[in-house]
Write a protein that binds this ligand. Structure first.
Ligand SMILES: Cc1cc2ncn([C@H]3O[C@H](COP(=O)(O)O)[C@@H](O)[C@H]3O)c2cc1C
Ligand SMILES: O=C(O)c1cccnc1
Length: 346
């Protein structure tokens, strides 16, 4: 049996009840801390503890190139993927700065770029090929590549040993791949889901839409087979994220999901195994317009809306302090009893 078929862990009902009970005793009108309350209760269930905490944070960035980039669908050249891998390692990328500030353990996995990369300290060499195939002409991945990429995500979860996991990505043209995958899974046209990614002009946006429509016609991907949709239209980094999300729910790791790209990986995982839903927390609403439809399909409310559209796990990282505050309030506020506060009378 493949690891992908292992059962999903259930959140701990007893801890959810205990945490809910605790919330009712804290010195505030019940419900007045809004989503901070529900988040603490959700985390209690996921961590199987009445008093959840977010002290150790694992962030994994999966980077890879995309054959579809040769269709001129991104504002930036493909060399940027490898260049940004260097930047992650050297501490200059947005996620490098955020991870340092949050005291998170940042791992960077190179699944294969077109530009040659020297060996870089802090970058894991997980190269499968020099990027995916151009999915407007052929399946993006072979069966074997897709399985290997899923397994790299699994490995990151198995080694994470953290209170929460955030998966991020880097790969020029991956909004084209993610959009095509979203169209296939949601059965929506490219005209509805395609957005500017790194910032293309209107003419290029129409071209990007047409490239996606043609690829959808070519592959006729079956939404009932999400991992096959992933193989045909996805990317190595999107598959690694999908594998990480499936594994996270199998082993009981809370998963904080980033923006557009990470969310389509989460949706792929969810369509493959609907029981993973409770393990997903949505960090933020991306400004990439197609994210709304994916968020609706995930049936989750994003914690933040900051008009971010970067990827790299950056939006999810920004939501960590909120989760920490939710836990600290939940764990350390006084109770009506301990502070001698009168309870509600009506
Ligand atoms: C310097 C730079 C840093 C990035 N970090 C994340 N992305 C984001 O933009 C890319 C997707 O957009 P598109 O599909 O339009 O190429 C991905 O690499 C994504 O992670 C970046 C993009 C650039 C240019
Ligand atoms: O929200 C994202 O993940 C995103 C949006 C635009 C470009 N890259 C990533």
């Amino acid at each position: 049996m493949s690891w992908l078929e292992q059962s999903i862990k259930s959140p701990c009902e007893q801890s959810i009840l205990a945490a809910n009970n605790r919330q009712q005793q804290l010195t505030k009108p019940p419900g007045s801390l809004g989503q901070l309350e529900t988040l603490a209760i959700q985390l209690a269930g996921l961590q199987a503890s009445e008093t959840p905490h977010i002290d150790t944070i694992a962030i994994s960035i999966f980077a890879a190139d995309h054959g579809i980039a040769e269709e001129q669908v991104s504002a930036f050249p493909q060399a940027v993927t490898a260049e940004m891998i260097r930047n992650f390692a050297h501490g200059g990328a947005a996620i490098s700065v955020l991870a340092k500030q949050l005291n998170a353990n940042l791992r960077v996995s190179n699944l294969g770029t077109v530009s040659e990369l020297e060996t870089i300290a802090g970058v894991e060499d997980n190269r499968l090929a020099a990027g995916t195939a151009n999915f407007s002409k052929a399946p993006a991945m072979t069966e074997e590549q897709c399985q290997q990429a899923l397994a790299i995500g699994k490995k990151h979860i198995d080694q994470a040993n953290a209170d929460i996991f955030i998966g991020g990505e880097m790969g020029i043209a991956n909004t084209t791949s993610a959009t095509a995958l979203a169209c296939a899974l949601l059965q929506k046209p490219a005209s509805v889901l395609t957005g500017p990614g790194t910032g293309i002009n209107h003419k290029t946006l129409r071209h990007k839409q047409a490239v996606i429509e043609a690829a959808l016609d070519l592959h006729q991907a079956n939404p009932e087979q999400p991992l096959e949709c992933l193989r045909l239209l996805g990317g190595f980094e999107i598959a690694a994220l999908t594998g990480a999300f499936i594994r996270g729910a199998q082993v009981g790791m809370p998963l904080l999901v980033d923006g557009f790209i990470a969310s389509i990986a989460a949706l792929t995982a969810l369509r493959y195994q609907p029981d993973i839903a409770p393990w997903l927390i949505l960090g933020h609403q991306s400004a990439e317009p197609g994210h709304k439809a994916i968020v609706a399909a995930l049936d989750k409310s994003p914690l933040l809306q900051l008009d971010m559209r970067l990827g790299e796990a950056s939006g999810a990282a920004c939501a960590i302090p909120l989760l920490q505050l939710a836990c600290t309030l939940h764990n350390t506020m006084a109770t009506f009893d301990s502070a001698n506060i009168s309870a509600a009378t009506l």
